[in-house]
Design a binder for this molecule. Structure first.
Ligand SMILES: *[C@@H]1O[C@H](CO)[C@@H](O)[C@H](O)[C@H]1NC(C)=O
Ligand SMILES: *[C@@H]1O[C@H](CO)[C@@H](O)[C@H](O)[C@H]1NC(C)=O
Length: 357
């Protein structure tokens, strides 16, 4: 018994020592000086691409922070905005809304609905070829930070249009297209990549709200759709695997894999303790069996005219519109992410330009 305790203590102390040492090594790394931030993603990080290209985000989107819709599917800032602020960079302009914007500090290639699989014409190439005065200097390209937040729509489209079996078979192809994009950016000089895995899509209130009389086990203990989250985790596992491959292949790349899934799921799981209401509450929009009134729209539901406006206290809800997170939730998630506690390797974003061999 005593021996076990001694062994336990030795293991405990030496692992403390190890953690302290790793932390010291991380803190010895110099802070990176990113001149620019390029983001690739879907509506989770869209700062206006969708609004500029297709249809505008309408009020009350943006009410909390921008006091105008600001192109974002939220009441305020997105995770990518909090990341830009944390790095001391201006909030990103969407690339598609490029009239009069400059990209000295980067650009946002995210668009609501973007999928990895469709994005193969690479807007990045267009940027490098377009008006050079608005771009960072070529030597800055290699110092810039390239962030990715994508995959959710590939999965969502899959859930809508194909069987789980078929979707499962397409995941390797989705991941492969993603790797092609990373290699392509690397070949153009990009070196620092910060990759968010996909979130717990099975917890999106717009889907859970439509679940009627679920079979035992259909929902998990927190109320999320188990099968969908399982697919998301499967996607993430393959993504992580491909990141490890890319690290081995691209000898000068510093690639960080960020477990965004865990950040979001932890928030949903601990909503109450973190100061939020029911994690499945939708702040803006009405959804149910057979109807969807999206945020900012009017409709007649069961003979009643309704307007989907903002809830009274967006800062207390996690889900802004049933799909996208509120500014308060984004802020919470971003604060978990930037210090590296959800990253592989566990390095804060301010030091992520260093390759860890
Ligand atoms: C995407 O790439 C595939 C094959 O590489 C090609 O067949 C397809 O036309 C491309 N799509 C777009 C929109 O460029
Ligand atoms: C990172 O920040 C979060 C939120 O402030 C905190 O809970 C966590 O302990 C921090 N982790 C590290 C490794 O500093």
């Amino acid at each position: 018994m005593k021996l076990i305790r001694v062994v336990f203590l030795v293991v405990l102390f030496s692992s403390y020592g190890l953690i302290a040492e790793t932390e010291k090594k991380v803190m010895d790394l110099q802070t990176c000086d990113y001149p620019a931030l390029y983001n690739f993603g879907d509506s989770n990080s869209d700062t206006g691409g969708m609004a500029a290209a297709f249809f505008p985000m309408i009020a009350p989107c943006g009410d909390t922070y921008f006091h105008r819709p600001a192109g974002r599917g939220s009441d305020g800032r997105l995770i990518i905005d909090f990341i830009a602020e944390h790095l001391g960079l201006p909030l990103l302009s969407p690339y598609l809304d490029s009239v009069g914007t400059n990209f000295h500090h980067g650009a946002n290639f995210a668009t609501g609905g973007a999928t990895i699989r469709r994005q193969n014409e690479s807007w990045f190439r267009l940027v490098t070829a377009s008006d050079r005065n608005r771009l960072p200097r070529p030597q800055d390209f290699s110092k810039a930070l390239y962030t990715f937040d994508i995959g959710q729509n590939d999965l969502a489209a899959g859930f809508r249009t194909m069987s789980m079996k078929k979707l499962r078979a397409t995941i390797p192809d989705i991941i492969n297209q993603f790797s092609i994009q990373i290699r392509d950016l690397y070949s153009k000089g990009a070196r620092t990549f910060w990759i968010h895995n996909t979130g717990p899509i099975g917890c999106l209130p717009v889907a859970t709200i439509k679940v009627q009389n679920p079979k035992p086990g259909y929902l998990d203990e927190h109320g999320c759709i188990r099968g969908q989250n399982h697919r998301a985790r499967e996607f993430n596992k393959k993504l992580k695997h491909s990141v490890h491959h890319l690290r081995a292949e691209l000898s000068e790349a510093a690639i960080t894999y960020v477990d965004m899934y865990r950040g979001k799921y932890d928030l949903i799981r601990n909503a109450k303790e973190q100061g939020f209401e029911d994690p499945f509450k939708i702040c803006c929009g009405f959804h149910g069996i057979g109807f969807d009134v999206w945020c900012g729209n009017k409709a007649t539901v069961k003979d009643i005219e309704v307007y989907a406006g903002s809830c009274a206290k967006p800062s207390a809800v996690i889900s802004w519109d049933g799909v996208h997170y509120s500014e308060a939730a984004n802020s919470w998630i971003a604060s978990q992410i930037v210090n590296g506690s959800l990253s592989d390797p566990p390095i804060p974003i301010t030091r992520a330009c260093h390759r860890k061999n």
